[in-house]
Design a protein around this ligand. Structure first.
Ligand SMILES: C[S@@+](CC[C@H](N)C(=O)[O-])C[C@H]1O[C@@H](n2cnc3c(N)ncnc32)[C@H](O)[C@@H]1O
Length: 224
């Protein structure tokens, strides 16, 4: 695990935690909720939501699962998730921990989920291996991806992404974090690379669902 990257990422998310949900809604044009709902509908039984952040996916998963545990590297994000759980009367158990070395025994959960965090972890391979290790049935990953259509992709990275640091900076007061967002999406590995890592981690029947013109992709793999 790259401790320096983990520290940097933790610091960045902690600094934007208060405005994270609002900016997600604005910058995704409110699509983020339907993306998480798509993931939640695939969940079953006992679920571990890795990099749970402010708990939005964990809350959705509660609709379809018996028990949901959320784990995150950032205490600040978890604090907000806990406050939201209390206010909304949603029972999620929160644990401080890292995706690369999960504090759970093998096969502790029916499924594991991770939304918008694969770009941020210090090792994609270790994180997916850990998801497989603690899952009995399914691994589900939601991540930004590059739209396949050239015109949409150009618009997304050359026009829309210029507004992200401006809006993000104004609202969160951390422009750097919102410069990182489009850069990390553009520099992220391709869909086929994610699928290959999932295969190499022992997952089978891997499916990739492209949502909203391919702006995000949901990857689902079965644990053998
Ligand atoms: C973009 S947010 C996504 C939050 C949430 N999953 C959602 O759907 O909104 C990324 C989250 O990943 C967490 N994170 C980043 N690196 C992590 C790591 N190595 N282990 C655990 N959590 C991590 C951050 O603290 C942050 O809460």
């Amino acid at each position: 695990m790259n401790v320096e990257k983990a520290k940097r990422i933790n610091k960045m998310f902690s600094s934007i935690a208060e405005k994270y949900d609002l900016l997600n809604t604005i910058l995704s044009l409110n699509r983020d909720k339907s993306w998480r709902k798509f993931v939640a509908k695939l969940c079953i039984g006992e679920c571990l939501d890795i990099a749970t952040g402010t708990g939005e996916l964990a809350f959705e998963c509660l609709e379809y699962c018996n028990r949901v545990v959320g784990v995150d590297i950032s205490e600040k994000m978890l604090k907000i998730a806990k406050e939201k759980s209390r206010k909304r009367n949603k029972t999620v158990t929160y644990v401080l921990g890292v995706a690369e070395k999960l504090p759970f025994k093998d096969k502790s959960f029916d499924c594991t989920t991770m939304a918008f965090a694969l770009r941020n972890v210090s090792s994609i391979e270790d994180s997916i291996m850990e998801m497989v290790r603690v899952s009995r049935k399914k691994v589900i990953i939601l991540e930004f991806s590059k739209p396949r259509n050239r015109i949409i992709r150009e618009f997304y990275f050359k026009v829309y992404s210029r507004f992200i640091p401006i809006i993000g900076g104004l609202i969160s007061k951390n422009k750097e974090a919102y410069e990182y967002l489009p850069n990390s999406i553009e520099n992220f590995i391709e869909r086929d690379d994610v699928i290959k890592i999932m295969e190499d981690s022992g997952l089978r029947n891997i499916k990739a669902y492209e949502l909203t013109l391919g702006v995000v992709t949901v990857y689902v793999g079965e644990v053998s």
